[in-house]
Design a protein around this ligand. Structure first.
Ligand code: GLN
Length: 489
């Protein structure tokens, strides 16, 4: 049952060939067996899962079943879940049990899904390997003996979904945190258009960039998950009034049968150093798309290589302001000091990890009156230029394709400096700055047997066509990402 896609499982559930309880038990057994090794869940919720499954089975029995009834999922531990602790992988929130449900997790409840647990991540979603988690890093199920990263910051969800410890799940993408982990674990990750999925009840990192999105093994599954996540939410002031994404069955082909499609490749990315395998796979897939009838042209995003610098000013600036609320007064950790200021200091010193502190220092510095104009405003201008350049590029082409990262998963014990980690986001941050939809999709295996992903991007709210092209790429690439294959069973 572990190898089923969500769409396949739904068919079997509807025909009563399998029950939601059986499907849930199969995943709970898997969590029993591999959960400690992969460290993909911070909090497991087996009782809740079995109760959810029983309710789903009842609905199947009386014909009131919902769109995702009985599908076991992993929820990134950044989404507040009522009565279930929500840590953001931080010591600061180690014992925080929310009294409210985030909009996204509520939508998963309303769709009938089964909650297996809260997935591991980088502390406050700041990182690339999920190593900044207070609970230790999740591990990739690929080539397990090598202890590879499952990526970050949504690395707990990718580890769980790739390893068959969930059928799908949620991530958030501020600068690549859905797409990068998916590209190195052979999964499909969707960073929707900014404003399509509500941020309400999701622990804030950088509010103008944070984008909740789905993670799954196939593009069709990811599209189905997106359809239940999308929608306007009055409680999120940046939620788009026209936020809609509807699925009816499978994604329709966008290529073949003489269909016309213009695909752009980004000129400025051509000279960026990437692994020979990634270069090879990228060129192969572009050739495949051409042979299916796509026209491929070069487009220019002149400032795209400055996106990293702009991102690492804007994101920390917003984070320093968002994380000011953790002061030991209202909720979360509190370390008593000699007076109120001492309590603030002691609480924040003990509650936050090194990377989070680094971001807050950078953020506070770039927002100081001496630096505001030269750093923050300059970064905001670069952001505008990049967004405008994407708009112009999409006047010339329908969709853009580029690598999702430079190389395959690295071992967790790789010794990278903060700047080396930041550089890994080169291919992903520009899309967050521009607010456009971007999907990472498995595109091939490198010579070392590990998966590599490509990215498809489109105009704001063109999420549907982005997914349609991604589906073609997944079909052509035919990367076998069934959990039992990945885990060598
Ligand atoms: N790796 C990036 C960072 O560390 C992206 C994180 C994210 O998308 N949440 O900020």
């Amino acid at each position: 049952m572990i190898n089923l896609t969500i769409l396949e499982a739904l068919k079997k559930l509807k025909s009563r060939e399998i029950s939601a309880t059986e499907l849930t038990r199969a995943h709970l057994n898997r969590i029993e067996k591999y959960g400690d090794e992969l460290n993909c869940y911070i909090t497991r919720t087996p009782e809740r899962a079995l109760a959810d499954a029983a309710a789903a089975d009842e609905r199947y029995a009386n014909g009131t079943n919902k769109v995702l009834d009985g599908i076991p999922i992993a929820m990134k531990d950044l989404f507040a879940t009522r009565g279930i602790r929500t840590t953001a992988a931080s010591r600061m929130l180690e014992n925080f049990v929310p009294e409210y449900e985030s909009t996204i997790s509520q939508k998963y409840i309303d769709a009938g899904t089964v909650l297996l647990g809260k997935a591991n991540l980088d502390e406050f979603a700041m990182g690339t390997f999920s190593k900044t988690s207070f609970f230790g890093a999740p591990v990739s199920p690929w080539q397990r003996e090598r202890k590879l990263t499952a990526g970050g910051s949504s690395g707990g969800t990718t580890s769980a979904v790739a390893g068959g410890l969930a059928m799908g799940g949620t991530g958030t993408d501020t600068g690549g945190s859905i797409r990068f982990p998916c590209s190195i674990t052979g999964l499909v990750g969707v960073k929707p258009t900014y404003g399509l999925c509500s941020r309400w009840g999701c622990v804030a990192f950088a509010s103008s960039l944070d984008t909740p999105g789905p993670i799954a093994r196939t593009v069709d599954d990811a599209a189905l998950l997106l359809s239940i996540m999308a929608g306007h939410d009055d409680k999120d002031s940046t939620s788009a009034p026209n936020a809609r994404f509807e699925m009816d069955g499978e994604l329709k082909p966008i290529l073949g049968d003489g269909k016309k499609l213009k695909i752009g490749i980004i000129k400025e990315f051509q000279n960026v150093e990437i692994s020979a395998d990634m270069k090879n796979i990228f060129e192969k897939r572009i050739a495949d798309l051409k042979s299916m009838g796509a026209e491929v042209i070069e487009v220019s995003i002149p400032n795209i290589l400055d996106a990293l610098a702009a991102y690492y000013i804007i994101a920390p600036a917003e984070a320093s302001s968002n994380l000011a609320r953790y002061d030991g007064m209202r909720y979360g950790l509190r370390v008593e000091g000699s007076d109120v200021y001492d309590t603030y200091k002691k609480t924040r010193a003990a509650g936050f990890g090194e990377e989070v502190k680094r971001r807050m220092l950078i953020g506070t510095a770039v927002l100081s009156s001496e630096s505001y104009e030269v750093y923050f405003m300059q970064a905001a201008r670069v952001r505008r230029l990049i967004a405008d350049a994407f708009n112009r590029a999409f006047e010339q082409c329908d969709l853009i394709v580029c690598p999702a990262g430079a190389s395959t998963a690295m071992p967790l014990d790789s010794d990278l400096s903060p700047l080396e980690y930041y550089a890994l986001d080169l291919f992903t941050v520009a899309m967050n700055l521009a607010g456009i939809p971007a999907v990472s999709v498995p595109a091939g295996l490198a010579r070392n047997g590990l998966p590599l992903g490509l990215q498809v991007m489109g105009r704001r709210f063109d999420d549907m066509r982005v997914l349609q092209l991604a589906k073609h790429i997944q079909q052509i690439s035919n990367v076998d990402n069934r959990p039992t294959v990945i885990m060598g069973e």
